[in-house]
Design a protein around this ligand. Structure first.
Ligand code: UDP
Ligand code: MN
Length: 264
């Protein structure tokens, strides 16, 4: 195991902790050889911190308001960027030389240790605008200098989408043209609930996904699951793609089998 590298995620409340737990467990099941770190904010309850500590090697509290003055300043000037600035705290993990950040609404489907061969800043294209990267999965190098430059950028320019993705895309603005090595293949951040307009490609490549991202407003933890059949209950349209349903079933399989028992 490489102890100076880590997979990192973030949960600012108990609901997102459910996602972080399934993500952490999925990394373990696929024998991740790096440390597993979850950043939490003060809103996360004590019982959930205890459960997180059974899956993650480190549970680190980040507190926007109490941290360094420049964070405080950036926050006061841009209160709209609260969660965004929290995500940027991952750059302060300077005990690690390199990290892979994964949103709490991602699920790992196979070993992804090879991502540590990539350098900052590597990410996969966003399905909605492929010249932008999606900030749900990225390779970065912790650095207090980069952290303060990012905060300065947030204070000066805000974020064009009001969130971390807009900010990071304008900060790492040459991502789409400078170095193809920094383009992660789409299978490292496959959004499960996007309706792909290139469906033959999804049919061809969707099943090779290594990281699924449940981006958007409907998260796996909002679904209903039938443990007897091992499948989520289809709602509304009922014509979800079979890959999408299978990804949801995998998320719930882990939640039911490995996370709920920790909560008892
Ligand atoms: N997040 C969080 N609490 C929130 C919202 C977001 O902890 O209330 C974290 C969590 O890690 C999440 C990430 O920020 O995965 C990005 O938010 P989200 O995944 O909801 O955005 P999307 O990927 O749907 O654009
Ligand atoms: Mn996400």
């Amino acid at each position: 195991p490489v102890s100076d590298q880590a997979f990192v995620t973030l949960a600012t409340n108990d609901v997102y902790c459910q996602g972080a737990l399934v993500l952490g467990q999925s990394l373990r099941e696929h024998r991740a050889t790096r440390r597993l770190v979850v950043l939490v904010t003060p809103q996360v309850s004590n019982p959930l911190r205890v459960i997180l500590s059974r899956v993650f090697d480190e549970v680190i509290e980040v507190n926007l308001i109490d941290s360094a003055d420049y964070v405080h300043l950036a926050f006061l000037k841009r209160p709209d960027l609260g969660i965004t600035l929290t995500k940027l705290h991952c750059w302060t993990l300077t005990r690690y030389s390199k990290c892979v950040f994964l949103d709490a609404d991602t699920l790992v489907l196979s070993n992804i240790d090879e991502l540590f061969d990539r350098r900052e800043f590597s990410a996969a294209p966003d399905p909605g605008w492929p010249d932008c990267f999606n900030s749900g999965v990225f390779v970065f190098q912790p650095s207090l200098e980069t952290h303060s430059l990012l905060l300065q950028h947030a204070t000066d320019h805000g974020s064009f989408d009001g969130a971390d993705q807009g900010l990071l895309n304008s900060f790492f603005s040459n991502w789409s043209t400078a170095d193809i090595q920094k383009h992660l293949p789409f299978i490292y951040n496959l959004s499960s609930n996007t309706t792909y307009t290139y469906s033959p490609a999804f049919k061809q490549f969707g099943s090779s996904a290594k990281v699924v991202h449940f981006l958007g407003s409907s998260k796996p933890w909002n679904c209903k699951y039938n443990p007897q059949t091992g499948s989520v209950l289809e709602e509304g349209s009922g014509r979800a793609d079979q890959h999408q349903t299978s990804f949801l079933n995998q998320w719930w399989g882990i939640y039911h089998r490995s996370i709920l028992p920790l909560c008892e």
